[in-house]
Design a protein around this ligand. Structure first.
Ligand SMILES: *Cc1c(COP(=O)(O)O)cnc(C)c1O
Length: 398
């Protein structure tokens, strides 16, 4: 959401000039312009995926990724209690049952947390790479393989991040990225699922367009091998998304410079530490994730930051809807229409979860959005303001 320029305008104009805003068919009129396909090719190239399929949002990308991986009605899916709520909603929307497991200081599900949540009904794990960083993949893949689980990655906040050279989203069967306005690259709205598995890709392609097989040039004569729904992306959104994707390597490079500068300065302050980054070279660095000694000191720092006019997310105190403590609708299963819980029964007591790692970590966490557009003077000024707020808040302790 940082840079827009002539390149985005040109791609949108290509679409408007033909008037074909639909990604399929209309061969005679579209002048060979296929922005959704180009968008998919750009994302596949960026992350090193064999296949990518663009959809209407990151939320629907997560849903399609799970459905295409074969997760469905009544299946238990292990999920984190710290994620954007869309992950949990997607599990419920495909008729599956979320089972919350614990996270650790990576801000992501831990191998141990996953292991403790496995039951005979566990089908898979929807791992979320939070706050621009990545989960501890070696340990997690060991549990996944040991128990033969289906791994789906919601990398909505971590497109372009990697662990030991492999991009988030490509460790499991399928992965999902978001292109909403707040993500590293935006299409206004949009999302994309990635996979190296041809069958999963074909299922995603059909599932997100009412089951169409997309063979031939006459939509009215296409076959529908499976049931699906409409999660399509428009050509206009794809046009913006494809240019934005090309900008990601530069954004990540600059973000990393800025994040390292902030960490070097703030790391000197007593009481300040940071969320663990399992592979620091693979950080997308979209967030600086600062940890304070405890929830109370974090609250005091937030107060000082607010007074100083410096942003910073504390997911415990704000209502950003990223943490189970705020998800009363899930705890009470308040819905407009029936959810799988009513049919299959809740796999755990959502209002009384045992996730001490999450409770201990999220209250201490303050995350700051990192901007690629900052100058190094701006980074230095921000480090000073954050440092002053921390120092002041910590000094009232005694
Ligand atoms: C943003 C986000 C989503 C949802 O993406 P939308 O494009 O807003 O639908 C899903 N999961 C995670 C982890 C996200 O951060």
């Amino acid at each position: 959401m940082e840079f827009f320029g002539d390149a985005e305008r040109k791609e949108i104009n290509d679409v408007l000039e033909t008037g074909i805003l639909f990604r399929y068919n209309h061969e005679a009129l579209r002048n060979d312009i296929y922005k959704a396909r180009e968008f998919e090719a750009e994302v596949a190239k960026l992350v090193g995926a064999k296949y990518a399929h663009a959809v209407s949002s990151g939320s629907t990308a997560a849903l399609v990724a799970m459905a295409a991986a074969g997760i469905g009605a009544g299946d238990e899916v292990i999920v984190p209690p710290f994620t954007y709520i869309a992950t949990i909603e997607a599990v419920l929307m495909i008729g599956a049952l979320p089972v919350f497991a614990d996270i650790d200081d990576t801000l992501c599900l831990s191998a141990e947390g996953i292991r403790n949540a496995i039951t005979p009904k566990t089908k898979g794990v929807c791992l979320v790479h939070m706050c621009g960083q990545m989960a501890d993949m070696d340990a997690i893949m060991q549990v996944i393989n040991e128990h033969n689980l289906v791994l789906v990655e919601d990398a909505g906040q971590a497109m372009g991040a990697s662990y030991k050279g492999i991009c988030t989203g490509l460790f499991g069967k399928t992965g999902a990225y978001s292109f909403d306005f707040f993500k590293i690259a935006t299409a206004g709205e949009g999302g994309i699922m990635v996979t190296n598995d041809e069958t999963a890709y074909k299922h995603a392609d059909s599932y997100s367009d009412h089951g169409h097989d997309h063979i031939g040039s006459n939509r009215g004569m296409e076959q529908h091998p499976i049931l699906g729904f409409n999660y399509r992306i428009s050509e206009l959104h794809a046009a913006v998304g494809l240019v934005q994707t090309r900008r990601v390597p530069e954004i990540i490079e600059k973000n990393n410079v800025h994040k390292k500068q902030l960490m070097a300065t703030l790391g000197e302050i007593p009481g300040v530490s940071f969320a663990r980054i399992p592979d620091a070279d693979g950080d997308s660095a979209t967030f600086l994730n600062m940890l304070l000694p405890d929830t109370e000191s974090a609250a005091r720092v937030v107060t000082e930051l607010n007074a100083a006019g410096v942003g910073g997310f504390n997911y415990w105190y704000t209502n950003m809807y990223h943490f189970i403590n705020q998800w009363d609708h899930i705890k009470q299963m308040r819905t407009a229409s029936a959810l799988p819980i009513e049919k299959f029964g809740a796999p755990q007591d959502y209002s009384n979860l045992d996730v001490p790692g999450a409770q201990q970590t999220i209250g201490r966490l303050i995350s700051f959005g990192v901007r690629a557009t900052w100058t190094s003077e701006e980074v230095a000024a921000l480090a000073e303001k954050i440092g002053a707020a921390v120092t002041k808040a910590m000094s009232v302790e005694a």
